[in-house]
Design a protein around this ligand. Structure first.
Ligand SMILES: Nc1ncnc2c1ncn2[C@@H]1O[C@H](COP(=O)(O)OP(=O)(O)OP(=O)(O)O)[C@@H](O)[C@H]1O
Ligand SMILES: [Mg+2]
Length: 310
């Protein structure tokens, strides 16, 4: 171990973030940039992940978050991805709740003065028919800005009496509209793989993110879903899928976690683990700014993996 490695180990925070680049960052800051120690390996990895997320795509890209089991961290993952892509790319990101029944993206994202959802947008699609006249600002009546997280949320129908059918045509129309105004479209999905809008989302996605918690039932559901997609003839499924595995509690069974990582590594391009974060437990509005440094770093890594696959 070199002396610099030693200093890195001793003085870098456990999961360094932009404000705390260990002794190198402090020297850089305190000297007003006059002394610039070279980046350490962890800082280099951090910058590499950011650069990957900031890459230019040659068109809009859609990512669908899928697992037919409830509580598999789909909605949480969509919001964490929205926050990461939104802040690192500086906007151009929308998270859309494509649940056929009431989804929770709207209540877990920051609120807005309006209560409009996909349903109201579908009813008003005519306003956006003329591509020369319609403006992104007009979408502000339907999406909910996430403030400092730099992305928007389009909620699902929030009425209690919702009958729960969104046709494939509805999905395609809203998706085409979002593609006109955003560069990255994150699609939260429901738990019925046979629903028209679920299948339409899987078809439209450039990338599927299988979310699972470190639990046997959610892990199994995700694999069962991959089998079903494979049987349905989805081409290059492994190539267009990644896995995000969340810890559902402070302590998880390490053997189960290792088994899930191993099996999903066989079935998808890569597996990214994200830690349990007490800030996410309540299931209410996600306090983006209060996510732990470890959570933020893990999502940066996972989102870099997503961007690399797009
Ligand atoms: N990393 C984490 N740390 C702590 N709690 C988490 C984490 N990830 C998810 N949770 C919690 O787990 C619960 C279920 O997650 P979530 O709502 O994202 O699942 P879902 O797959 O969208 O479920 P559904 O299919 O019912 O919509 C939420 O209350 C959320 O706050
Ligand atoms: Mg959900």
């Amino acid at each position: 171990m070199t002396a610099t490695d030693f200093l890195d180990r001793r003085h870098d925070e456990k999961e360094p973030g932009p404000a705390t680049w260990g002794w190198r960052g402090r020297v850089r800051r305190w000297s007003g940039g006059l002394v610039k120690p070279q980046m350490g390996p962890r800082e280099q990895a951090y910058e590499k992940d950011r650069a990957q997320i900031q890459k230019d795509f040659d068109g809009p890209r859609s990512i669908a978050f899928v697992n037919p089991k409830g509580g598999a961290a789909k909605t949480t993952s969509v919001l964490a991805t929205g926050y990461t892509f939104g802040t690192v790319r500086g906007g151009g990101v929308v998270a859309w709740d494509n649940n056929e029944t009431r989804g929770t993206l709207g209540i877990r994202g920051s609120r807005s003065r309006h209560r409009n959802t996909t349903r109201e947008l579908l009813a008003e699609l005519g306003r956006f028919g003329d591509v020369h006249q319609s403006r992104i600002g007009d979408l502000g009546a339907f999406v909910r800005s996430q403030g400092d997280a730099h992305f928007d949320v389009l909620a699902s129908d929030e009425r209690p009496d919702v009958t729960g059918v969104i046709h494939a045509k509805d999905f395609l129309e809203v998706h085409a509209l979002l593609e006109r105004f955003y560069r990255v479209i994150l699609v939260d999905t429901g738990n019925n793989m046979r629903a028209e809008n679920w299948l339409a989302a899987a078809d439209a996605a450039d990338l599927l993110v299988v979310t699972s918690t470190v639990r046997e039932d959610t892990g199994y559901s995700g694999l069962w879903m991959l089998d079903a997609l494979q049987d349905a003839g989805y081409a290059n499924l492994k190539y267009r899928t990644i896995t995000v595995l969340s810890d559902p509690s402070e302590k998880v069974d390490p053997k189960l976690a290792a088994d899930l990582v191993a099996v999903y590594e066989q079935r998808t391009r890569g597996v990214y683990r994200v830690p349990y974060d007490p800030a996410l437990v309540s299931g209410s509005e996600v306090p983006y700014g209060r996510l732990s440094a470890a959570t933020q770093r893990s999502w940066l890594r996972a989102c870099a993996g997503m961007a690399a696959a797009l």
